[in-house]
Design a protein around this ligand. Structure first.
Ligand code: FAD
Length: 499
């Protein structure tokens, strides 16, 4: 088989993993060096040869960069946070401005390319990179401009949460962001956006007042309550299905920098007590308290624990009363709760991520936390030597639940919390037993869930996706049909157009 044929076969087969990504890279490098065509992959998985001159024209039309395998910067662009994902796009566009994005979208659409859009690269499923397609890497589109009078922030579509928190809080203002500062504003906001002030101010997407978005036809649209209201509705929960958001306009809220925040840790044999108190506080906590709970069994040698992670941004005089149910549990093993700077608190989980490990996760929303669920959590949770195992609740409720389920595309307004289970392992040591244990454990917990967070879980089945969007799916499908009838934007919780 000559190089060209090997590559054609590789590209087609690579997406079903029979050829390794390293072989694909070697093949790309070899062929792009000598051939007048660049091999790529279409959205529906067919191999396609791109004329070198056409790619050169695209490159010449950009103010930013077009990277091919082997070029400096290509490797950093293709990688995402989940180190278990190892994909090689045929070409990467790093736009310098919106016009570059429009050119890249036109090129991807005209050539029917598989297209990945990357902001913070935190998608667990690796939706922001791809094998053989085009990646638009928005890391070159990071900018936050705050208008303190209007209490609004313009946040460029590739920005990270930490940048938004820093610029807003410097002016005494805040909007909802997630709990890890290097998460992308783009992915987090388009699918939801839970975080330490979400119970006060709603999800990140509830604070979006308008977006600028490049749609599949290459047009730049401004969508808000008056202009393209269907698109404005859809982008708030429909993920990246409708185009590339180049700017988010967020509403900001006044808030003091100082919050009471930290972790309260108990030995793992107190897990039942911790989960019982958590189930009570999910129903009774004021909006100013954000409370997560976890059971964690780190690898051998480190003691397991059951813990709360909290952030209280309300009246300091009421803090003791608000935290009283936790205090009733007695002296913790360790505690870090203190008055702290909100922007620093927002960075405090920045190293608790899967950068150097493989990970398997399951998650779902819970609308109630009955004693039977506590029993199943405690009875099924196992430490696993050499692995880190965790059950984690991220709280919702408060202002999130006061938004009607059809006001935005995000439907899960009744949820009290998201429940996650994770197992992680050093790269290269994955075993079927680990995943088997998680699947079995999840099968006992899943009956208590009501759907899942599209930002966390990739579930490609339209039937499952449509039931997850509950009453909002039909309307989402109409928006998809209108703005992306060819399904150019498919690497997300994908709504397949029906046109
Ligand atoms: P990416 O992988 O870059 O993108 C994810 C998806 O969004 C892709 O489909 C991509 O194409 C699309 N996308 C990104 N930007 C744009 C854009 N500008 N226009 C169009 N499409 C775009 N979620 C919470 O709600 N709260 C949390 O506290 C939280 N903490 C997390 C902590 C960690 C360590 C991780 C890994 C995830 C966390 N998440 C949290 C989940 C998070 O919301 C999702 O992983 C989200 O998709 C990340 O967005 P991103 O831009 O970083 O990801």
């Amino acid at each position: 088989m000559n190089r060209r044929n090997f590559l054609r076969a590789s590209v087609a087969a690579g997406i079903t993993s029979s050829v390794t990504s390293t072989e694909l890279l070697a093949a790309y490098e070899a062929v792009t060096a000598v051939n007048s065509e660049i091999e790529a992959v279409t959205g529906d998985g067919k191999s396609v040869a791109l004329e070198r001159t056409a790619v050169d024209e695209l490159k010449a039309s950009l103010r930013g960069d077009l990277l091919l395998p082997g070029n400096p910067g290509y490797d950093a662009a293709r990688r995402v946070l989940n180190a278990g994902i190892d994909k090689y796009p045929a070409l990467v566009v790093q736009p310098d401005g919106v016009t570059d994005i429009r050119h890249a979208v036109d090129f991807a659409r005209d050539n029917k390319l598989l297209l990945a859009v990357k902001c913070g690269g935190h998608s667990w499923a690796g939706k922001s990179t791809c094998d053989g397609g085009m990646q638009i890497d928005l890391s070159t589109l990071r900018h936050v401009r705050v208008d303190p009078e209007a209490r609004r922030a313009d946040v460029a579509g590739g920005s990270l949460l930490g940048e938004m928190d820093r610029e807003s809080m410097a002016l005494g203002l805040v909007t909802t962001a997630g709990t890890v500062s290097h998460t992308g504003v783009g992915g987090l906001t388009l699918g939801g956006g839970f975080g330490r002030v979400a119970r006060r101010f709603g999800l990140a997407l509830d604070n979006v007042r308008s977006v600028d978005i490049v749609t599949a036809d290459g047009n730049l649209l401004h969508a808000d309550a008056e202009q393209h209201p269907d698109l404005y509705w859809g982008v708030r929960g429909g993920g990246g299905n409708f185009g590339i958001v180049t700017n988010f306009e967020f509403e900001l809220h006044p808030m003091k920098r100082e919050v009471l925040a930290g972790e309260v840790m108990f030995p793992i044999d107190r897990a039942r007590d911790v989960m019982t108190v958590y189930s009570e506080m999910l129903e009774t906590a004021p909006d100013e308290l954000y409370l997560d709970a976890m059971i964690m069994s780190p690898p051998e040698g480190v003691p397991g624990m059951a813990a709360f992670s909290l952030c209280y941004s309300g009246d300091p005089g009421k803090a003791d009363a608000v935290l009283a149910p936790i205090r009733k549990l007695g002296k913790p093993m360790q505690e870090t709760v203190a008055v702290r700077d909100y922007v620093e608190v927002q960075k405090s989980f920045d190293n608790s991520d899967p950068r150097s490990v493989g990970e398997y996760m399951k998650s779902g929303f819970i609308n109630a936390y009955p004693p039977e669920l506590i029993d199943r959590i405690i009875d099924g949770f196992q430490g696993d030597p050499g692995r880190s195992t965790m059950l984690y609740f991220q709280q919702s409720g408060g202002a999130i639940g006061r938004v009607p389920a059809d006001a935005t595309a995000f439907a899960h307004r009744k949820s009290l919390a998201s429940m996650f289970i994770f197992i992680s392992w050093p790269l290269g040591t994955q075993s079927d037993d680990d995943i088997g244990y998680m699947r079995k454990y999840w099968s006992t917990l899943e009956p208590f869930t009501d759907g899942w967070y599209t930002n966390e879980v990739s579930n490609e089945s339209q039937r499952v996706l449509s039931s997850n969007y509950q009453g909002n799916f039909d309307r989402l499908l109409k928006v998809k049909n209108r703005y992306d009838p060819g399904n150019l934007f498919r690497l997300n919780a994908n709504i397949q157009p029906a046109v």
